[in-house]
Structures are given as C-alpha cells and as structure tokens.
Unconditional design. Sequence first.
Lengths: 345, 609
Amino acid sequence: MSAPAAPKKVNRVGLEVLNYRGGKTTLCAGCGHNAITERLIEAFWEMGVEPSQVAKLSGIGCSSKTPAYFLSQSHGFNAVHGRSPAVATGALLGNHTLKCVVVSGDGDTASIGIGQFLHMVRRNMPLIYIIENNGVYGLTKGQFSATADVGATLKTGTVNELQPIDCCLMGVELGATLVARSFSGDKRQLSAILKAAIAHNGLSVIDVISPCVTFNDHVGSTKSYAYMKDHEEPLHELDFVPGFSDIEVEIGEGETRTVEMHDGSTLVLRKLGADYDPTSRMRAVTVLHEAAERQEVVTGILYVDPARPNFMDGLEIVNSPLATLPESRVRPSREVLAQIVEEFR
Amino acid sequence: MQASLIAPPMSVGVKVNDFSIQVATVNGSGSQTANTVLMRSIFQMGVPVSGKNLFPSNIAGLPTWFTIRASHQGYIGRKKEIDFFIAMNAETAQEDVLKLAAGSAVIYDAPLKLSELREDLHFYPVPFDQLVGPVCPEAKLRKLVKNMLYDGVAAHLLGIDLEEMHKALYKQFGPKKKKAADLNWGAVLAGKKYAEENLTKTDACWVAPMDRTAGKMIIEGNTAAALGCMFAGVTVLTWYPITPSSSLAEALIHYLGRFRRDAETGAGTYAVVQAEDELAAIGMAIGAGWVGARSMTCTSGPGVSLMSEFIGLAYFAEIPVVVIDVQRVGPSTGLPTRTMQGDIMSNALLSHGDTKHPVYFPSSPEECFTLSQAAFDTAELFQTPVFVNLDLDLGMNNWMADEFPYPETPIARGKVLTAEDLDRLGGFARYKDVDGDGVPYRTLPGTRHQAAAYFTRGTGHNDKAAYSEREDDWANNLDRLTRKFESLRRALPAPDVQLSEGATIGVVSCGTSRYAMEESRDQLGREYGTKVSVLRLKAYPFADGLGEFIDRHERVYVIDQNRDAQLLALMKLDLGVERVAKLRSVRYYGGMPLDARTVTDDIVRQEGL
C-alpha cells in the first residue's frame, strides 16, 4: 500500500514551482548559466510573482537563450545583440506594471551593448539585469569579451592584455540602485540576491560569474570553477526576508546589518570579516578596486539604495498601462483640433 | 492705413500676385520673424503663398535665404527665378545680385553699394543702420529689429496692406510679448515711412487682394505630422535629435503636454524618451509596440541607417511600430539642411535578408496629418513597422493647408487576443495564418492567462513561435509574410490620378514632387501644347492603379528627387517588363526643393519637343 501523495507545494499565488519552469536547456552540460536559470525559477516562485505579469528579455548569445528555459508562462523577447536594454525600456514605457527581467552576457553587455547598458543604468530603469559573465564568446566558439581579465588566456593560448570592464563598478558609478556580484555555483547567495532584486523598485545589476565549461574553464582562465573557488571573497552572508513572509530570520552568531526594501522586505547582511555598508557608494567603489588589485572576486550585495526614484517614477504617467488605454483617453476631442487649427490661421 | 496703400497699375508686364521674394540674411540674426510676418501679410490678403527657408547647418553667422512665393494660380512649389530680392547679408550680396534675372528688384543695405554692379535691375537702397537707431534705443536689440525695417519697405513697394502686416506681426509675437511687438511695429512704420519719402517704385511686382486663402492655415509638415500622431493616439515616442526631424518630435512633445493629460490627475497619457541614439530609439519603440503601445520614433536618413537591424527584427517578429523619416540629403552626413527623397528605397527595403515595409508618402500638411494617423492603424492591423516618408521641404517649410479633418474612424488595434478570447479558444498559435490574410493573432505581455505567453525572437520560428531551423517552417513563414504584404497592398490608399483627355505622356511622382509635377503639366500644356496625365503615389506597396495608369500611356516619366531614380527602381521591382519598358526618369538632386521648370525642361529634352 502506497503512502498518500503529499500535498503539492504551492506559493502565495497558489502556483507550483512547475509553473515557473521553461523549455529544456540546449546549453552545454555543466554550463554555469543553467544554474542561474534554476535560481531564477526558484526566486520567482518563492516570491510568488504571477508569471503572466513578467516580461523576460535578452540580447544575443548563450546567456540570451536562457529566457526560453524559465517562466514559460511569461512573454519572452529575444532581441538583437546588445540591445535588450532599449527593448526592455520600451516594454516598461508601454506597460510599467510588468516585472521585467533581462538576461544578458558579458559580450552582449560589455562589448556590443555597453552604450545601452550604461544608459539603462543612468536611467535606473526598474528591471532586473543579469549578466551571465564568463569572459568569453561561447556561441561563436571562444573569443575574448570585454570582461576578460588582464592575463587571462584562451584555450588557444592567446593572452588578454586589455583592461576588463567591471559592470558592477559602472553600475555603482552611474546610477543603478542595486548592484551585486555572485557566482553561479553559490546557490544560497545568488538566490538571496535575486529575491532582493525582485523586491527592488529600481534597476538591479547582477553580475554573475558563470564559467564556460567548453571554452573558458581551464588553467589560465580567471572565470573558471577552479579560479572562482580560490578567489571568491564573499562580503557577507546574505539572507532575504520577503515582506509577505512571517518567517523569522535565522540570525546567526555575529553582527548583522539589515536594509529595508521598497516593498517592506528585508535584506539581512551578516558580517563576515570587516563590516560592510552596502548603502555607501564610495565604499562599494573602493571595495571593487581593492579586490581587483588583490585579484580577488568580491561577491554579495555591493550597493543598494531602496529609496531613490526610478525612471518611470519621473515620467508622471497615468496609473493604467499606456498600452491598453482606450481611445477616449488618447484621442483629443474635436474641439481641441479646432483650437489648434485656429492657432495656425 | 488703408489710405497709404498704393494700387498696382494695370499695365502689361506687371506681375500681380505672381512672383518670388527672397530675403538674404545671416542665420541667428532674428530674420525669421520678419520673414514670417512678410509672408503672412500676403497670405492674409488672400494670396496663395509658400515659404521656404534655405538655411545652413550651423547656429549663427552663416548665410540664410528665405523665399516667399506668391501665386494667384495657387502654385506653391519652388520657383527658380527670384523677382524681388532683399539683400541684408554683406557676405553674399554681390553674388546673389549677379545671379538675378534682368528686371528684378533689389532692396539693399545702402553701404553695400550694390547698384554699381548692374544696370538692368531696380535698386532700392535703404540706410538700415541709420533708421534703426531712433526706433530702437537699446543697442543690443538693433540687430533683430533691423529686419522689421525691410518688412516696412517691402510693404510700401509691393502694395501690402499695412493693417494685415500689423495683424500678422502681433499674431507672431503673441499677447505675452506686446512690448516687443510694439518695438518691432515701430520699425515697420519707420521702414514704410522711409520708402514713401525716398524711394520711387520702378519694378513690376505687386500684391493685390484676392480671396484664395480664406479658412486656410500656414503650417510646417513636421507640426502637421506631430498633430496626426497625437490624434492617432500615440502613447510612446522615443527619439534622438536629428535635423530635419527634431522639430517633429518637439512639436509632438509640446502638444502632448497641452492636450494629453488626465483631466483629474494631470498625469500624462503618453511617455516620451529622448534616447541615447537611434539604435535605442527604435529599440524602445519596438519594445513598446510589443507590449501593445502605439509607439513611434522619428528620424532622418542617418538614423534610418542605424535602425536597420532592429527594423528587420520588427518585420520578422511582427511588431507594430511607426517610423517617420524626414529625409535630408545623403549619402553620409551629406547636407543636413537640404532636401532630398533619398530614403525611398531604404524605407521600403530596410534591413538584411528578405524584408519589405509599407511606406506612406504624404505630400502636404493635410496628408502629414491624415497619413501619419493611418500609419498607426496599419502598423497595428498588420503587425509590422510602417514608414512615413517626409522630406525636409515638406517637414520644415511653411505650407498653406486646409483645415485638418477630425478622424472619423475609431482607432484600429488589430488582432489582439484577450484572456477571455483565450478562454474561448483554449490557446493560440502566434504565427498561424488563421484568416488567410497572412496576419496572425497576438497577445500582449501582461495578459492574465496561462496560455497567453509566447516567445518573440528574430531567429527562425514555427507557427507556435518555437525556435525552428526547419526548411519548411522557414519557407512557410516567409510565404505568409508575402501574403501579408499583398493584403497590405489592398489596404493602402490608391494613388491620386489626374488624367488629361488624349494624353500619351504620363508623369508619376510621390511626396513633394507633386507641386513641380502639376505645375510642369500646366507648363507643357501652355507652352508646348502637350497633354500630360499625372499620378501621385500615396503609399508603397503600390496599388493596382499605377499599372493601369502606365497601360493608358505610351511613356511615363517618374520624378525622383535623388540621383539613383529610387522611386523608379522600386516600381521596377513591382511591375512587369512591359510596363517597366515604358518608364523614363526625371531626376533632380541639388538639395533645393524641386521646381517645375527643371521637370518641364527635362521632359521637353527627352520628348524632343
């Protein structure tokens, strides 16, 4: 006699995690991107976001394929190379009630898309921007991207001599209001960061080191599993407590710092070594520079400002999505036309 | 004031309401106000006018020419010959005067001593600097006020009703700038007084009251197009500044701010973003179109080139978006402040692979207004990027226009499925040709239904929007897009055809070539006894009327304001060989608005008349 089936586990909107899954991945086995996809599925499910209210976008590249692998009940848009920020911005202009998640890569963001990335950062567009960063072009079979570190080598032995672009540094400098770095293999940290990003009412730039098992996971690569294991320096241990949850935070030993998010959620940062204040821009910039000098990769929430208004707040548009306003609200009257005509007579 | 109006003599050789005035100034000197007042004064006297501003790509200090054509026949295209010239720019004055036809009139700044150059012109020297001092005590304003003096002088010499000039000037300054208006009106009176007391009228140009402008407006095409977009219900404008389309975006921003706010909260029913470049401008417009907004961008040739990749995506992923292209002279940066029909081919065929797009060709402010509205409906009905092809001449110059018609048909949102529709249908396939017209159904992101979502991509896809590299999926999709294009052809406006009984020659054009085409038809009839039929295309893909027009005539001249005969080339792609064999090309590509004489001379040459 078999035991009765356990009740299906549902989130606060009554959905199973299955409702948050997508198509089968076509990326290489062991690709860091697949782990990020898993964390995204969990985070959206745990946060109880309705899939129909999510828009997922991407550019072109291995990373940009991933929106097909999660949230199949959300509209997805695989745009052109490096230009997903513009498309995502437009989508939010047309419907600001959507929760927008963009998945990009280091080539898509830091090489061809650096212009749109920086302007999206300047605008503090309210969306989640994930950079699946492996320092290499996978889909075209292994050329350097603009985030490759000085001295990093390709499988072919080619050594990168150009300065890498640090997308987190750019994010902090130019106006993103949540900036984080993580590692695709760090389940717990990445999960907390993604949930905080879902709660955040501004731009979240999340740079996730995500090793490319095929082209950039060898000795000499600074974006390999082995290198990350030796050089990752978490700033803090992270916990995220959603506003709707009544679960107590497991406060461990040592000091903690909490940041209250826009929607009432709480971000809990547990001190590891030195205390870190993620609300200080200056501190974030310093930490990033110091880590680069030590050839370390600091991970965690580098910067957060839950209060600063985002670009959509500044537009002063009506509450209903512009996309579905009825004719009566978007076509001025006959009298208005008559008034304008008179001005030109 | 009426008493001081001198009436034109009714003698042979007198040009009443049939001449061009040109004012040569330096840009940034504030002459635009004086020129507009001069033009409006003539317009208010009931005489058809057009105003064309020939300006440099520069902010201040370079030569600018403003040309006003008065035509009792109602011709508002450019006229090559200048009959009445006002020389305010020392730098170009000599060259300008040497180019004039014998018998022309010249008002000039006395110290320039232009009368020494020629004996076959009518010269009117005016000591502007001496006259401006008494009417404008503030020295720094004199440069601006000086221009109003020539309005007064011209009013006297041309017989312009001072009451109308007074009305035009105060309208121009508006009620809030009455003090400035008074100062400038003083200058007009001083110019008029000086002319009365010191100049003797000897030239042939006169303005006489008529009744051909009642109820009409004077408006720029860009403003008219902007108004069209507002009444079309545009909700998202994303743009990047570029001459000559910036004034379209700025006019739209102005009117949206005035007339598209929620009555209760004052919040906008629109969003405008000045993007970081044209790539972002079109990307945002496409993102907005994807979620269901009525979205647009406006640009010019260099911007269109940059938008190429994104337009291909919108074509293939089937996303509505409107692109208004105010054409300037290319290739490359070209001549940013001169006019050309340089983007006809690129609008129609933009992007790599098999792509083609509907294009509207407005020729007047009325059509800028009506066709930009139509473009939004077409974009949503057919889920595709739609171009509205203006040029600098139409967009930035002053045109007489009839009152704009209020849109009588409801806004068309196309085949959009709601959650209720999905409940009824059980689901949908994004790219399936359900109705046989090639146009599939779509859902908008945010639709609360678990069957609503689909994946939008520029890669190969099947009916269900799933990634596919299959040969049959690819070909089927492309064939459906062809069916959609043929449905479009049937939906777009038919050409405007004016047949002449017994004509063996036809002329075809689009956009602003219309004015030169119609005036040239009259010239060929009047001067050569040759009958000509004309056809003006309003949209691409071309309606069937074009083929029938070609069949009726032995030879058909296609007017192009570009070197490479782009309109003709596009017709070649659409027409059979027998029809193509009848086509001849008339081209102009100097950057000025096309004039009728250029067209007439070329047809006469090719016809051997």
